[in-house]
Design a protein around this ligand. Sequence first.
Ligand code: NAD
Length: 438
Amino acid sequence: MKIAMVGTGYVGLVSGVCFSDFGHEVICVDKDPRKIEMLEKGQVPIFEPGLDTVMAKNVAAGRLSFTGDLAAAVDGADAVFIAVGTPTRRGDGHADLTYVMAAAEEIGRALTGYAVVVTKSTVPVGTNRQVAATVRAANPAAEFDVASNPEFLREGAAIDDFMRPDRVVVGVESERARGVMADIYRPLFLREFPVVYTDLESAEMIKYAANAFLATKITFINEMAMLCEKVGADIKAVSKGMGLDGRIGNKFLHAGPGYGGSCFPKDTQALARIGQDFASPCAITETVIAVNDRVKRRMIDKVVDLCGGSVNGKAITVLGVTFKPNTDDMREAPSLTIVPALVGGGARVRVVDPQGRREGGHLLPGVEWADDPYAAAEGADALVILTEWNEFRGLDLAQMARAMATPRIADLRNIYPVEDVRAAGFEAYVAVGRRGFG
Ligand code: NAD
């Protein structure tokens, strides 16, 4: 199969690289010339573990290439994937479809023979029909079908998620399009990963419903964590006891500083908006959004309390600012709420993150960046663990405590056992949903 992938972000680049690894001929397109320039030199513009190796292998095999010329990539393609961004539209929570529709129009103008125009971006119900209308309007003679193929990969584990998915969802309306999609995903199908074929609207709904459900699960446990703190229970024990129930499952039951990232915040907002538009409010999702906001802001109070009621003049070392480990993505990370509040409160904030500096450098003004957690903790009044990178999971706590002016930790990912922290010489410890001391 010959595939054009429009958009080389976290989803488009991983999908394009993995499709080429399936043996397809893939051309990845982006309108950002800097990205194409880097990719043509064999450099990966994002941090995603393992992506560089698979990319290099398929470029060398002659199956994968990059261009800024969408028309050239679309010419002769069996399928054209749209994997551009769908951020929150300013002001109303709706998904902004400007990039999707601009891509659809350009694709329409470029189509030369039959192709399936596949939307991989996360888009509201009805968008695939709008894509079809846009392609048709741009090129009334074009021979094409549309397909909805939402993506479920997680940043940080994207290659494995793409190669070994829990499921692939394909919304199609014609046998011809279904045949093309089946050929594209055949390597997964042969390895018995489930493919769910359905209609366009259901495929679009599956993505939002799945993300809203996951965001709800995280927020539920975060709300339970708040209650645990009041009643003297330990959220880790509660999560374990709940998660062993097969109907509940143990994933996404880790209490923390609130969900962030490029998907959950915008997708929950978009779903809430869709519910309002169709006069079928998604009350649970709306509440999840509000509670998550409260959870993030509570983290600021925790740090302020740890510092004795004010962070003014305090030196605070923050470990981790990306929205989760193993990515450089900072979109909607809890750190973007918490760190500016500390800076605004008069704290001197020093930040360590293995990959966050490139993005975080612009997004977190007024902080100092460091590479080594021990050096960054030198003379600090408080340590805040915000993202559970492996580098921060096995710290020599005694060495950290010795380096600090006042050894106090806010462990907002519940990494460390309270006894270990106490034994290492810390004088105060706060976590999420668990008893601390000091
Ligand atoms: P991104 O912002 O990282 O990448 C989008 C890319 O598209 C950018 O490089 C941009 O330059 C390019 N682009 C925009 N318009 C273009 C055009 N007309 N022609 C060519 N290139 C164009 O976005 P992302 O994180 O990869 O997300 C893409 C979509 O996938 C979104 O709808 C998102 O919700 C969804 N999604 C993301 C993830 C994730 O973990 N990031 C997971 C599942 C689904």
